[in-house]
Write a protein that binds this ligand. Structure first.
Ligand SMILES: Nc1ncnc2c1ncn2[C@@H]1O[C@H](COP(=O)(O)OP(=O)(O)OP(=O)(O)O)[C@@H](O)[C@H]1O
Length: 516
């Protein structure tokens, strides 16, 4: 009996086993129903890309994963109303299991912005696909690290409670954002508090970078709480002075505009005396320089409404995680009745049923329209006939006859008998529609010749072909060529997957031809 070869186990890490477990889970028979349910609840979505078809996690799905993790840790017990929509986040009021208020901040970053980045450059050295999952997670990790560190050092910030994926749970601050405050008891005191806070941060080695009326909550006794520091930088940053001055200027401008308060004193970058290295400490807390760089690059791209459009956008796969999940060979699935394919087939058949219904409906509509057109043509013709008949009945035919022959050579006129002119138009029309014999007879009636026929623009119909046979041949040839060049319509959904599978099979058979 030979020994089991387990050498490979030494070289496999946790990630390998995670994926292995996912494959194991994916082989369970319940998968297709579960996936169907998840899609129904918009927690994941079917996605078709150039090479692979599969499912991707949606923002909602990611939210649920984070909430689930935090509920299982007994951090979150309930989710309430949305209290803020920022450029980079959705903020909700929540509750812990004892129903104490919490602030739940879901970071939304980078789906579209990342797409743009991806087009332009290799964003992460080895990591080909930085995803919205990754960027949102980074933003949350950064906020949590800063909140924790600042709170521990006595800064007025919400208490950091927990973080999972892109969701930061923090203390809920009851108050008003400064932008919503119209009046103050003591604007001077609040101005000093704001400036002191900027200086205190700087002494600890940090610059907020977005210190303005939207990121300051006014609480009891006109005290302030600072929120939201995605762009916090070190005072050693290359552009530190610029960011510092911008923060100071934002506050000065706001106080002048809103409270008509202007002070001659404001802090300068040169006044800063560093007392601690919080920027270094935060880096040590796990939020590395690389993470910082990744995040800053995403912020530079600037489209933070990505999560709003991302949900409807199914083109292309973005996420590394997603691609990892999908890069499994689905060849076997085709023969497996319990596979994902079945689920897709159902979707497809539903789709095609819909299509059939639509086509039938369209055909019926077209038929009805055609009938209407025919009917309206008939009735219009009858109307026209009636009006024309009554109008022409009123015409003085004898007068018309006189006028008509005015120009005709009198001799000719006299020589040629005019034949019997019908009394009424009905008679004329009847005469026109008489059978052939009568027409022949009428043709035999000599018609007075005009001397000079008045020039009129008439339409000309001819049955002679304007194309030579050569030209027609060439055109047909060209059409055939064009038809060949036409790219085939791409079939959506499952059908394309089946086609792709067939093509692969054909190629494979071709490859092995002659070997067997
Ligand atoms: N801890 C909190 N307690 C109460 N309300 C909060 C808290 N954190 C955020 N908010 C509310 O949510 C809103 C958005 O929060 P925040 O500024 O952190 O999000 P953001 O996406 O970074 O916004 P932006 O970048 O557009 O300023 C705030 O204006 C505030 O009203």
């Amino acid at each position: 009996m030979g020994r089991m070869n387990v050498t490979a186990m030494r070289y496999l890490d946790a990630e390998h086993f995670r994926v292995l477990v996912s494959v194991e889970m994916g082989m369970k028979k319940t998968t297709k129903w579960t996936l169907k349910d998840l899609c129904k609840h918009q927690l994941c979505a079917f996605e078709r890309s150039k090479k692979i078809d599969g499912y991707r996690l949606t923002i909602r799905g990611y939210d649920f994963l984070a909430l689930r993790a935090l509920t299982s840790r007994s951090v979150v017990g309930s989710v309430g109303n949305q209290i803020g929509i920022g450029k980079e986040s959705d903020v909700y009021v929540g509750g812990d299991p004892d129903l104490k208020d919490l602030c739940l901040k879901f970071h939304r970053l980078g789906r579209t912005s990342f797409r743009k980045v991806k087009d332009k450059r290799d964003y992460h050295n080895k990591r080909k696909n930085a995803s919205w999952l990754y960027l949102s997670r980074l933003a949350a990790a950064k906020e949590f690290a800063f909140l924790k560190a600042l709170h521990e050092r006595g800064f007025p910030v919400p208490t950091a409670i927990d973080v999972s994926r892109h969701l930061v749970v923090m203390q809920f601050i009851e108050g008003k954002t400064l932008c919503n405050v119209q009046e103050l008891n003591d604007p001077g005191a609040l101005y000093s508090r704001c400036m002191s806070l900027i200086m205190k941060l700087a002494r600890h080695g940090l610059i907020h970078g977005d210190f303005n009326e939207f990121n300051i909550i006014l609480v009891e006794d006109e005290k302030i709480v600072m929120i939201d520091f995605p762009q916090m930088v070190s005072i050693d940053h290359l552009n530190a002075e610029y960011y510092f001055d911008r923060d100071v200027e934002c506050i000065r401008t706001f106080f002048k505009r809103r409270f008509d308060y202007e002070s001659e004193i404001w802090p300068r970058f040169s006044d800063i005396e560093r007392k601690s290295n919080m920027d270094v400490l935060i880096e040590a807390s796990g939020f590395t320089k690389k993470m910082q760089n990744d995040l800053n690059k995403a912020y530079d791209e600037g489209n933070f409404k990505a999560h709003e459009e991302g949900e409807n956008d199914n083109s292309g796969t973005d996420s590394e995680d997603e691609e990892d999940d999908f890069e499994t060979d689905q060849g076997d699935d085709e023969s497996d009745p319990e596979s994902l394919e079945d689920l897709l087939e159902e979707e497809e058949s539903e789709e095609s049923e819909d299509d059939v219904d639509k086509e039938e409906l369209q055909a019926e509509n077209v038929e009805a329209q055609q009938q209407q057109i025919v009917l309206s043509k008939n009735s219009r013709f009858n109307d026209w006939l009636d009006t024309a008949t009554s109008q022409v009945d009123n015409i003085d035919l004898n007068g018309y006859q006189r006028e008509c022959f005015n120009d005709v050579d009198k001799a000719d006129h006299e020589a040629i008998p005019c034949g019997t002119v019908p009394e009424t138009t009905s008679e004329r029309l009847a005469a026109q529609h008489e059978p052939e014999t009568e027409e022949t007879e009428a043709a035999e009636v000599p018609v007075p010749r005009r001397k000079k026929a008045p020039a009129k623009a008439n339409s000309i119909a001819t049955s002679v072909a304007t194309f030579t046979p050569e030209e027609i041949k060439q055109k047909v040839k060209l059409d055939m060529q064009r038809n060949k060049q036409k790219t085939r319509l791409k079939v959506k959904g499952k059908q394309s997957a089946v086609n792709r599978g067939r093509k692969e099979n054909r190629d494979l058979i071709g490859e092995y031809a002659g070997w067997i």
